[in-house]
Design a protein around this ligand. Structure first.
Ligand code: GDP
Length: 297
């Protein structure tokens, strides 16, 4: 298992005599440990490096308060800086769904948890905000994916657009828009096709749908356990499609959450939600403090 950063730092500072302030050397030694801990938490190297540099500037010369050991002091500085970097949106859980019917575009790779997250968010909008939601699957190559969304819809009591064979994703998006207007829906969610890897066709398709739907939110769903890959996926989707936020799934797993830091630092996009399991309620809005605590261990 991981040794927590707090434990590491306690060890580092054990032999240091009590001083009034952290010396440059103390800080340097501590920051080496911070860097290793970040890398073990799956933070990418350039992000870990930048992060440590920012902490170094803040830590050097800081007065050590009487109640804490120097190790705890550094942990606090690191924690605060983590929260600072991770914090994106003031209100990450608030989806922009005024002006009905508001389209929400869901994008991401196959297996990332996109369909599950679509249904989880639909349920949230319905239960917490009293919104009437319509969900539509655009995954024309995978009938099973379309059926999966329908099954989830029945389970959570949210309507899905009837499946019509032979339509293109753009045609389905248009039909969803019409249906949402005629049916008095507040929100319609478009669950785009996923592939195992990003390819030109996937991006092209998502871009066409985006142009037709003009979404209020484009949420990228990424598997939080995939570390650096998740960051590459996010960068590419954001460059090509433009995303308004990220949903990190599988944060109930063993991962240390480092992907969240890399994601935020590299793409600059806010993390809006965190997926915490397979059940329809297993989603919560992003809390920087919680992820920071998890990265520190
Ligand atoms: P899609 O191909 O991106 O639409 O992925 P799915 O929504 O079909 O999800 C793939 C699998 O991941 C399913 O078995 C989901 O139940 C599971 N899954 C989705 N989100 C989470 C999550 O946050 N935690 C866990 N443990 N499993 C998840």
């Amino acid at each position: 298992m991981f040794e927590s950063l707090s434990d590491r730092l306690s060890g580092v500072f054990e032999r240091l005599t009590k001083q009034g302030a952290l010396s440059e050397d103390d800080v340097k030694t501590a920051l080496r440990e911070v860097r290793v801990a970040l890398l073990e938490a799956d933070v990418s190297l350039p992000v870990a490096r930048d992060f440590v540099k920012a902490v170094q500037d803040k830590a050097t010369g800081q007065a050590v308060t009487k109640s804490v050991t120097p190790g705890q002091q550094v942990v606090k500085i690191v924690h605060d800086e983590l929260v600072h970097v991770l914090t994106g949106d003031e209100d990450p859980g608030k989806l922009k769904v005024d002006n009905p019917p508001a389209p929400i575009l869901m994008v991401g790779l196959q297996g990332s948890g996109k369909t599950t997250t679509t249904a989880k968010l639909a349920k949230r909008l319905k239960e917490r905000e009293g919104k009437k939601v319509l969900m539509a699957s655009l995954d024309v190559n995978r009938p099973a994916a379309m059926e999966q969304l329908q099954i989830l819809g029945v389970q959570i009591g949210v309507d899905t657009l009837p499946i019509v064979k032979g339509e293109s994703p753009v045609q389905i998006a248009k039909r969803a828009k019409t249906q949402a207007s005629l049916g008095g829906y507040d929100v319609y969610m478009l669950d785009t096709a996923g592939r195992l890897h990003i390819d030109a066709e996937l991006i092209q398709q998502a871009a066409e749908v985006r142009d037709v739907a003009n979404p209020r939110e484009t949420l990228l769903v990424v598997d939080g356990l995939t570390g650096q890959d998740a960051v590459n996926v996010a960068t590419e989707f954001d460059d090509k499609i433009g995303v308004s936020g990220v949903v990190l799934t599988r944060m109930d797993g063993d991962g240390r959450g480092g992907a969240a830091l890399s994601m935020r630092a590299v793409t600059g996009k806010p993390i809006r939600f965190v997926g915490l399991g397979e059940k329809m309620d297993a989603i919560e809005e992003f809390h920087a403090e919680r992820i920071a605590g998890r990265i520190l261990g």
